[in-house]
Design a protein around this ligand. Structure first.
Ligand code: DOR
Length: 433
């Protein structure tokens, strides 16, 4: 028989961490899981997993693939290759493309291009036409194409009334979640980094923490009013996370994500005016980074999402105030989580993978992803060498862009193999296509 035999790894999924086993994959599904499988394994391609963790493939709720319109920064092909190398078997493509993903024809074309990619591409549809914040996009038509997440990400839905209507409309769409980029433009526009001691010292106009919290507070009330699930994208401040924690305690249907740069970097990184550290929402204070870590540990945060935001080199070479915000994330998120959260004991490996795989899979309604690693399940897996030390080299990333803020950073833990729908798309750290 053909197929894949993932040999000797330790399965980590929602039922915990087990001892070394073999996982046999055939016809896109897991056929057998057990210690030292023999029997029907003949002819299967062996993927060595000795000393490795075998986990459900990672799921990114927040990827900018830049297609259509910004192919000089990233394409579906390069972005999904980067995703597979990062351990992802599914990514949610954000709608701030050109044209934006606000109508059925554009969404259908992205889905068609993504259909043959090395990881599954699902689309987040825009909430409003042109992401202009005025008129609702045809959310029902997009939902009929499989869209479950709606957001104007890259920008905030500024009008409370428009946000209310979006939440009310989404209530009639099974599985739909409305996701907000929580930064009040009336407070944040014109700012280029976190507003605080560092922005004053550097003379760079700031974006205050309150810009995030006021939208989070408002949208939590609107979610309560309408009863529609709300997802809060890339939260970065202690005050916003406190609001989410309290809302969850009241039983509200709210979820939130944080990005690795918000638990690994502070606004002090902007000291050298290097636009690689410019991002929206901005890098915050050390106290905020601490609060993000606390919220990850106590379950307030539901997902670690990359906010992978590629930009062409010439765009990121402009002066700080003219450069676009955003940083790469797909190829470093797992290793940053392992190095910065699991190694120091903030999270267990099971908790870390929950945040990177099965909890985001549930938010996006991706039943084929997020495990468990069990007989009959679709074979969407990632095999991680948790001890592997490596150094981030921007020139060696698969992404078309180079704007990682982690150049030269030494990390522990790397993806060894990625299996998507039974196909080995990454083998021994090399993309197979
Ligand atoms: O820094 C950011 N970059 N934040 C966003 O919300 C959008 C993203 C982008 O598209 O570049």
């Amino acid at each position: 028989m053909s197929g894949l035999l993932v040999r000797g790894g330790r399965v980590v999924d929602q039922s915990g961490a087990g001892g070394p086993v073999d996982v046999l994959v055939r016809d896109g599904h897991i056929l057998e899981v057990g210690a030292r499988l023999t029997g029907p394994t003949a002819g299967a391609t062996v993927l060595d997993a000795d000393g490795c963790v075998v986990a459900p493939g990672l799921v990114d709720l927040h990827t900018h693939l830049r297609e259509p319109g910004n192919e000089d920064a990233e394409t579906i092909e390069t972005g999904t290759r980067a995703a597979a190398l990062g351990g992802y078997t599914a990514v949610v493509a954000m709608p701030n493309t050109d044209p934006p993903l606000d109508e059925a024809a554009v969404v259908a074309s992205v889905l068609a291009r993504g259909a043959t990619a090395p990881c599954e591409v699902v689309v987040a549809g825009a909430i409003t036409k042109g992401r202009a914040g005025v008129e609702l996009a045809p959310m029902g038509e997009l939902h009929a194409l499989g869209v479950r997440l709606f957001t104007d990400d890259g920008g905030c839905v500024e009008s409370a009334a428009v946000m209310r209507h979006a939440l009310e409309y989404a209530r009639s769409l099974p599985g739909a979640v409305v996701a907000q980029h929580a930064e009040d433009p009336t407070l944040a526009t014109g700012g280029h980094m976190h507003e605080g001691a560092w922005s004053s010292r550097l003379g760079i106009p700031g974006r205050p923490a309150a810009a995030e919290a006021v939208i989070v507070a408002r949208d939590l009330m609107l979610a309560e009013l309408t009863g529609t699930p709300l997802h809060l994208l890339h939260l970065s401040t202690a005050s916003a996370l406190d609001l989410v924690r309290a809302a969850k305690a009241r039983g509200l249907a709210v979820t939130c994500e944080v990005a690795p740069h918000h638990f690994t970097l502070t606004d002090a990184a902007c000291e050298g005016f290097d636009p690689v550290f410019k991002v929206h929402p901005p890098l915050r204070t050390a106290a905020d980074v601490e609060a993000v870590r606390r919220a990850l540990a106590d379950g307030t945060v539901d997902a670690i999402a990359t906010d992978h935001a590629p930009h062409a080199p010439e765009a990121k070479e402009r002066p700080f105030e003219d450069a676009p915000p955003g940083m790469l994330g797909l190829e470093t998120a797992l290793a940053l989580t392992l190095t910065e959260l699991v190694e120091p004991g903030v999270l267990t490996i099971v908790e870390a993978l929950a945040l990177l795989s099965w909890r985001p899979a549930r938010i996006a309604g991706l039943g084929d992803h997020g495990g468990p690693v069990a007989v009959g399940r679709p074979a969407n897996l990632c095999v991680i060498d948790p001890a592997r030390r490596w150094e981030v080299d921007p020139t060696r990333l698969a992404s078309r862009a180079r704007n990682t803020p982690y150049a030269g950073r030494k990390l522990t833990g790397r993806v060894r193999h990625t299996v998507r729908a039974g196909e080995a798309v990454v083998v021994d750290g090399s993309a197979q296509r």
